[in-house]
Design a protein around this ligand. Sequence first.
Ligand code: HEM
Length: 301
Amino acid sequence: MSATLSPTFYDDSCPDLKWIVDSVLQAALLKDPRIGAKLLRMHFHDCFVQGCDASVLLDEAQGEKTAQPNLNSLMGFDVVDSIKSAVESACPGIVSCADILAVAAEVSVVLAGGPSWKVLLGRRDSLTGSKRLANRDIPPPTSTFSQLVKAFKKKGLSAEDMIVLSGGHTIGASRCASFTQRLYNQSGSFQADPTIEKRYLFNLQQVCPRNGDGNVTQSLDFSPRSFDNNYYKLVVSNLGLLNSDQVLTTQSQGSAALVSALSRDQTSFFNRFAVSMVKMGNISPLVGNKGEIRNKCRYRN
Ligand code: HEM
């Protein structure tokens, strides 16, 4: 199926697609430095639920936006709307919202100083979304290493892809709600996660007091606007923010070895991230006559 996606899909019908996305995003970054991180994550959450089909964008009462991993957490939908209107002005009825998410993820990474890759294009948009599948298929931050591997395998991605794509956490932030259990009650122990470095634990407890506001945010990496390999340096030093970050070194020796290699070699991380992003973008796309090209990303036509 993925064979029908192609980097040249819009070369004749919408040749400026990438530059349109780029210019909307550059303007958006001035207002919200985190927008690139939000859009990178959005592509991931799109692809893991029914494939990369823009199902995450649908405004529906029981839509994916209301699922646990997305509610009060996934953001940037207004900027996707702005990109879509700019693209529609230049090439009406041509470019799918699913492809816009794939291009926006790549442009976001490049604008943050990360690698570029040839985005495969030609996806079509779904007619429906699924809250149930979003709850089932997007792994929670409390996941163990083997749960993460399983969730990615289910989507045709390897353990190595999972480790490399987790490097997306080099940009952006998390809400306290996604990691407070580690600070006070890891796995029902009423203790902090013993794998958190002690001073970091103390600092995080100041940012996220017990029973505090779960929407307060903390950077996933100490350079949250820059796409680099610092994420892996942190994880190696037991300074991973989410449980799912830290288990990459504490629950598998093979994974710890790869994390350590990536922490020492940014070029290798960049090359591998680009390859794994293309793989993730290939998860069950709708092609040919399936689905539609939405007029507005939030609604089916
Ligand atoms: C390995 C499994 C993963 C888990 C369990 C996970 C979980 C999370 C969680 C809980 C947050 C914080 C959400 C919040 O508190 O509102 C987050 C943020 C983020 N994730 Fe992941 N994630 C995973 C993989 C990925 C992948 C594959 C990518 C992209 C390649 C990605 C990109 C991001 C980005 C960029 C952010 C920051 C978003 C922002 O600043 O708004 N994550 N992730």
